[in-house]
Design a protein around this ligand. Structure first.
Ligand code: 0X9
Ligand code: ZN
Length: 309
């Protein structure tokens, strides 16, 4: 692996090296083409019983604003801890796991060969077609709705659940950390939407009202601060019914606050969002992450302990 030829790997290593007390790079697996999958663990204090949140980016190769957001988030955390009250509160109470690129093979391929590639780069058994949609490969109602068993299609779910090393690495990590991770966020583009479970069924999630309240607040604040519109709701009803997604899977694992963000824009540039729009798109998503994380803290943390001496 020639690390030097990959700017994001350089950035990950440098960020961990420059902030040894606060950032650790954890290797959680490797891709089909053997690129390492690094998670950055942000841990700003060592209170016991710390909870955690997870953010992953770059499941879909062509959604370039997504990896940019993960880097933006880490940079914001390192720069504005103890400057910005919300990020301070979040980092004081939880660790944050950030996976900047879940699908590095596909991402690389969009830079070098086909800008519109979506899937990973695994070669199907027949050898005829390439790529599994990692967001159809998770073990929740696998292969039923909004997905295809045909390896030549964009929404190919793969030969079996977690067949892909990228999905398996994420699933294994979250299974190991399910007792601490309270909030799961996966970053996509585009269409400006905040989606929550379920997508695989029209049934309502048990905490539907909490989830709805969180994304509603996020959308309202974005409207107020940035004058931009985000729609929101449960996946099946708001976007389309769809099996095998990471958000539903994480939810069913027990991570009760689980979201898919679709960042800018609403189709004008689509996946080709120009560089001048990166800061706006990322700041909006950042505001949404912070809004939701603070609400999760409010719902899950015992109120200030008046009872202890
Ligand atoms: O279809 C997807 O995987 C996501 N949309 S995208 O245009 N970025 O491909 C939406 C995922 C919503 N959640 C689930 N389908 N579980
Ligand atoms: Zn996507």
């Amino acid at each position: 692996m020639e690390m030097h030829s990959y700017p994001i790997y350089d950035w990950i290593n440098r960020t961990a090296q420059d902030n040894p007390r606060r950032v650790k790079a954890i290797l959680i697996g490797s891709s089909y083409e053997k690129r390492p999958l690094y998670v950055l663990k942000l841990s700003f204090n060592d209170r016991p019983n710390r909870k955690a949140m997870w953010i992953d980016c770059g499941i879909h190769a062509r959604e370039w604003i997504s990896p940019a957001f993960c880097l933006w988030f880490v940079h914001h955390s390192l720069s504005f801890y103890q400057q910005n009250s919300e990020i301070t509160r979040i980092l004081d109470s939880m660790d944050v796991y950030v996976l900047p690129v879940m699908n590095p093979d596909g991402y690389k391929y969009t830079w070098t060969a086909r800008r519109w590639w979506r899937k990973n780069r695994s070669i199907s058994k027949s050898g005829f077609c390439v790529g599994v949609d990692l967001n159809r490969n998770f073990d929740v109602d696998w292969g039923i709705k909004g997905s295809s068993q045909n390896p030549c299609e964009e929404i190919n779910c793969g030969p079996f659940p977690e067949s892909e090393p990228e999905a398996q690495a994420v699933a294994n990590f979250l299974r190991r950390h399910k007792d601490t991770v309270q909030l799961y966020i996966t970053i996509h583009s585009y269409s400006q939407m905040f989606i929550f479970p379920y997508s695989y069924t029209f049934d309502q999630a048990e905490n539907h009202n909490d989830l709805l309240e969180m994304v509603q607040e996020a959308a309202q604040r974005i409207k107020r601060y940035y004058r931009n519109t985000y729609t929101y709701g449960p996946g099946a009803a708001t976007l389309y019914p769809c099996s095998g997604g990471s958000d539903d899977w994480a939810y069913k694992l027990g991570i009760k606050y689980s979201f898919t963000f679709e960042l800018q824009d609403r189709g004008e540039y689509g996946f080709l969002l120009p560089p001048s729009h990166i800061s706006g798109a990322c700041n909006e998503a950042l505001l949404a992450v912070k809004t939701i994380a603070v609400k999760v803290l409010e719902k899950t943390q015992a109120p200030a302990n008046h009872h202890t001496i």
